[in-house]
Design a protein around this ligand. Structure first.
Ligand SMILES: [Zn+2]
Length: 362
C-alpha cells in the first residue's frame, strides 16, 4: 500500500492519516505532495483556500484545504505547503474520543505510529469536496492509557493526611507518577496543571498563590456520592440537595451551581454586564434554605456582580417576573452620584437574557 509520511492511500477512494500533535493541538494536518491529488489540491491555485465538508456519524463538519505560496528557507526555495484544517466542533469530538492522546500530544510526548489513532477519509462518487471520516483506535494501546493524570493526582491528594497541603507535599510523590507516566519528562508542571483542573472541578481550592491548597473532600466516599448527585443534575433534571449534606459537599454543589449559572449568563452580571469572574456570584432566585428541589437548578440562578448581588439580597433592587429591574424607593431618594450610577440608572431596564432560552424561575 503506498504510504507517504504519516499517510496511506489504500485505494483511490480512501486516505488514512496517522494522527500527530498537529491534529490535536492545531486542528489540522499537513498534506504531502503525493496525497494532494486525493484531495483535489492539484487543481487549486497557489495561495488559495477551498471549503470542504467532513461527514462524521452523519453530522457535517466544515473544513478547509489550503495551498500556500512557494516559500524560501535560508535562501533556498522550498515547495509550497498544502494543509487541511478543521474547526473546534470536530476538535471537541477528537479530544473526547482520545483524551489521553490529547494530553500527551499537548505535552509534546513522542508516540510510535502504532500507538496513535488514525483518521480515515473516504470519498463517495457524486459527492465532490465531501469526505466521510472515521477514527481508528491505535493498534497498540500503551501504558498511559491505563491512567488518567487527573485521577492519579487526585489519588495522591487523598493520600495526604492533612486537609491543607503544599506543592511540596505532592511533589514528593513524583517517583510514583514517573512510573505511571514514563513518557512524560515534565512531571512537576503537569502536577500543577492537574491541581488547577482539580480546583476547577471543585475538589480542592487554592489558599494562596504560593502553592498552598485545601481539600474540599476528606473522604473518597463523599466524593463518589457527590458525583452521583451532580450527575443527576443533567440526567434526571433533579436539582434537589438534601439538608444532610456535609459542609464540604454543599460547597462543591454550590460551586457547580455557580459555574453553571455564570455560564448561562456568559460570565457577566445580568444587570450591568460587569465581567470580572472573581467578582461574580450566582444568586439563588428561590433561596437555598427554602427550595431544596432547586438548589442546583441553573434556572434558579442569576449571575450578579458583588454590588448587584448585595443590592438584591438587601431588597434595594428587585427583578420581576418580566425580567425588569426595579430599584427601591429608598434608593431613589439618594443624591449620591455613585449610587445613582450603580443602582438608580438600571431602574426599569431589563436584565440580559441567559443562553439557550433558559426559563428563569423569577
Ligand atoms: Zn452588576
Amino acid at each position: 500500500m503506498p504510504s507517504y509520511y504519516s499517510w496511506n492511500l489504500p485505494s483511490k477512494e480512501v486516505a488514512i492519516k496517522t494522527l500527530d500533535k498537529s491534529a490535536f493541538t492545531h486542528r489540522g494536518t499537513g498534506i504531502p505532495k503525493e496525497v494532494r491529488n486525493y484531495f483535489g489540491i492539484d487543481s487549486m491555485n497557489l495561495g488559495t483556500k477551498k471549503e470542504v465538508t467532513l461527514v462524521y456519524n452523519q453530522s457535517q463538519f466544515k473544513a478547509r484545504l489550503e495551498l500556500g505560496n512557494p516559500r524560501s528557507y535560508q535562501g533556498k526555495p522550498v515547495s509550497e505547503e498544502s494543509r487541511l484544517f478543521w474547526y473546534t466542533d470536530l476538535e471537541r469530538i477528537l479530544t473526547k474520543l482520545f483524551p489521553i492522546h490529547f494530553d500527551l500530544f499537548s505535552d509534546s510526548v513522542k508516540l510510535q505510529d502504532t500507538m496513535r489513532p488514525q483518521l480515515r477519509f473516504e470519498k463517495l462518487s457524486g459527492k465532490p469536496d465531501t469526505y466521510y471520516i472515521s477514527f481508528v483506535e491505535p493498534e497498540n494501546p500503551f501504558e498511559e492509557i491505563k491512567y488518567s493524570w487527573k485521577e492519579e493526582v487526585l489519588k495522591l491528594v487523598r493520600e495526604i493526611p492533612s486537609s491543607q497541603f503544599s506543592l511540596n507535599d505532592i511533589n514528593i510523590f513524583q517517583p510514583v507518577l514517573e512510573k505511571k507516566f514514563p513518557n512524560n519528562s515534565n512531571i512537576k508542571p503537569k502536577i500543577r496543571q492537574q491541581l488547577q483542573f482539580l480546583r476547577d472541578d471543585g475538589y480542592i481550592e487554592f489558599v494562596d498563590n504560593q502553592g498552598t491548597y485545601r481539600k474540599l473532600f476528606d473522604n473518597p466516599e463523599d466524593y463518589s456520592y457527590l458525583e452521583e448527585v451532580i450527575e443527576q443534575v443533567d440526567v434526571q433534571r433533579n436539582y434537589r440537595v438534601e439538608n444532610t449534606w456535609s459542609p464540604q459537599k454543599v460547597r462543591v454543589g454550590q460551586n457547580q451551581f455557580r459555574k453553571r449559572v455564570l455560564w448561562f449568563f456568559e460570565y457577566q452580571c445580568c444587570v450591568c454586564q460587569f465581567n470580572l469572574e472573581s467578582l461574580l456570584d450566582a444568586h439563588h432566585i428561590h433561596p437555598w434554605n427554602k427550595d431544596l428541589d432547586n438548589r442546583l437548578n441553573p434556572a434558579n440562578g442569576l449571575s450578579l456582580c458583588k454590588i448587584h448581588h448585595g443590592a438584591v439580597d438587601q431588597n434595594l433592587l428587585h427583578i420581576d417576573k418580566n425580567h425588569r429591574i426595579k430599584v427601591s424607593n429608598q434608593v431613589h431618594k439618594t443624591k449620591n452620584v455613585a449610587v445613582k450610577d450603580n443602582l438608580v440608572k438600571y431602574h426599569q431596564k431589563m436584565i440580559s437574557d441567559p443562553r439557550d432560552d433558559l426559563e428563569l424561575m423569577l
